[in-house]
Design a protein around this ligand. Structure first.
Ligand SMILES: [Zn+2]
Length: 401
C-alpha cells in the first residue's frame, strides 16, 4: 500500500521516496513507491504528471492492492531513493476545478434540490450532470450562490472519519465506501467523502462560471470553468466578441440580433441576385444567339464562357433553349471544365447522349435528360471539346445521306 501524501497535504509538490517495485506492463515501465504526492486518475479527476529523478511521469494509476503505479519514461531500480516533483500548474488547475465542483454541486443541492449524478474533469472542459432540468434563472442563482461561497473564502478542510463517526454525519451524497472515510468540508456549506485534491480555502477557486448547458438523460449536463480556466475562457470569448463587434458596430448585448439581421439581409440579397441572374441570362442568351450557326433545322451555339458557374451556365443555356429550334452547348473557361447542353423542345437532339459522348472522351461526371444535361470535371482544351460537340450535334441533326 502506497502512502498518499496528497491525502493530507495536497499542496506538497516535492517529496523523497523509495522505489518498492519496478515492472513492465503494456510496454510501459511502472514504478511503485513507498509514498507519493502523485494523484492517480480517479473520481473524475485526471492524474498528475511530473518527474521521478530524471524520469518523466506520464501516467499515474491506482493498482488493485492500494498501491499507486507511476508510468515513467525510464525504469528505476528497486530500492533506489528518488526525488519526486509534481507539475504544480496542472495539479492546481485540477484542484480549482474539483473544489469548484464541490461548491457548485452543493449550491444546486441547497437551492434547487438538484443532485449531482456525474462529474468529469477534462483537459479542457469540465462537466457536471444534474438529475433535474433547471431554467436559466435557476442556473444563474446557483452560479451566484457558489461564487458567494468562493468570495467568502471559506476554509476547505480534510479529515478522516471512522465508520461509526461517519454514520452520524450528514453528507451531500451518501458515501458508498465502507471503512474510514476522507471527508472534505467547505465550511458550513458542503460535506463530501472524496479522495481527490482540493484547495485549502474556497477563495483559491477564484471564480466559478457556467459556460453552457443541455438536457441530458432526463436531467442536465453543464459545462463549467473555474479559476484560471474561467479566465482563459473569458479571453477567448472577449477576443471573439470584440472581433465581431468591429464588423457590426453594435453593443455586445445586441450582437445576436445584429447577426440575425445580417443573415436575413444576406438571404434577401441572394434571392435578388438569383432573380437578376435569371433576367440577365435572358439578355445574354439573346447575345449568344448572334453566334448561332444553322445545322439542319436547328440554330446551334457552342461557346466557351468565362466567369460563369454551373448554375449560371445552366440558366443561360436554358434561357437560350426557350426559343424554338435552338441548341446551346456552353463550356466554362476554367479547369476542369463545366458543360451544359440545352435544346428547345422542337429539336431532335439528345442532350444527355451528347454529354455522355463528350465525357467518354474528356472524362468528368454528370448527366441529365434529352432536353438538358450538365457535367463537370472534364479535362482537355475547349477547342477540342467544342469540335467534339459540333461533330456529335451535326451527325444527330444532319443524318448522313
Ligand atoms: Zn473532491
Amino acid at each position: 500500500m502506497t502512502e498518499r501524501i496528497y491525502y493530507t497535504d495536497p499542496a506538497c509538490v516535492e517529496f523523497d521516496a523509495t522505489v518498492v517495485s519496478s515492472s513492465q506492463a503494456d510496454g510501459r515501465s511502472i514504478v511503485v513507491l513507498d509514498r507519493t504526492a502523485f494523484y492517480p486518475s480517479s473520481g473524475g479527476q485526471p492524474h498528475d504528471t511530473g518527474s521521478l529523478g530524471d524520469a518523466q511521469v506520464t501516467d499515474v494509476v491506482d493498482l488493485d492492492d492500494g498501491a499507486i503505479g507511476h508510468a515513467v519514461s525510464a525504469s528505476l531500480a528497486e530500492g533506489a531513493r528518488v526525488h519526486g516533483c509534481v507539475d504544480w500548474a496542472r495539479r492546481f488547475d485540477h484542484m480549482q476545478q474539483h473544489t469548484g465542483q464541490h461548491v457548485l454541486s452543493a449550491a444546486f443541492d441547497r437551492l434547487h434540490r438538484a443532485r449531482t449524478v456525474g462529474f468529469h474533469l477534462g483537459a479542457v472542459l469540465s462537466t457536471l450532470d444534474l438529475d433535474k432540468v433547471l431554467g436559466h434563472g435557476a442556473l444563474a442563482a446557483a452560479e451566484s450562490e457558489a461564487n458567494r461561497i468562493v468570495w467568502e473564502d471559506r476554509p476547505v478542510s480534510i479529515r478522516f472519519a471512522a465508520p461509526e463517526e461517519a454514520a452520524a454525519m450528514t453528507f451531500r451524497k451518501e458515501p458508498t465506501r465502507s471503512g474510514p472515510l476522507r471527508v472534505i468540508e467547505v465550511e458550513g456549506f458542503d460535506v463530501s467523502a472524496c479522495g481527490g485534491t482540493h484547495v485549502a480555502r474556497a477563495g483559491q477557486v477564484g471564480v466559478i462560471a457556467l459556460r453552457s448547458w443541455e438536457k441530458f438523460r432526463g436531467g442536465m449536463r453543464l459545462e463549467f470553468a473555474c479559476g484560471g480556466r474561467a479566465l482563459r475562457e473569458f479571453r477567448v470569448l472577449r477576443d471573439a466578441v470584440t472581433g465581431s463587434l468591429r464588423f457590426l458596430s453594435v453593443a455586445p448585448q445586441d450582437l445576436p440580433s445584429a447577426i440575425e439581421g445580417a443573415q436575413g439581409e444576406n438571404k434577401d440579397l441572394r434571392r435578388t441576385i438569383r432573380d437578376l441572374g435569371e433576367r440577365l441570362a435572358v439578355h445574354e442568351a439573346a447575345a449568344l444567339l448572334l453566334h448561332a450557326r444553322q445545322v439542319g433545322p436547328a440554330r446551334v451555339v457552342i461557346e466557351t464562357l468565362d466567369g460563369w458557374d454551373q448554375a449560371g451556365l445552366k440558366a443561360l443555356a436554358s434561357a437560350a433553349a426557350t426559343r424554338p429550334g435552338v441548341v446551346a452547348a456552353l463550356l466554362s473557361a476554367g479547369d476542369p471544365a463545366l458543360v451544359v447542353i440545352a435544346r428547345a423542345p422542337d429539336v431532335g437532339l439528345d442532350a444527355a447522349a451528347a454529354l455522355k459522348a463528350l465525357m467518354e472522351r474528356f472524362g468528368g461526371r454528370g448527366g441529365g435528360k434529352a432536353e438538358l444535361a450538365q457535367g463537370g470535371g472534364l479535362s482537355g482544351t475547349r477547342a477540342e471539346m467544342a469540335a467534339a460537340l459540333n461533330q456529335f450535334i451535326e451527325s444527330s441533326l444532319q443524318p448522313a445521306p
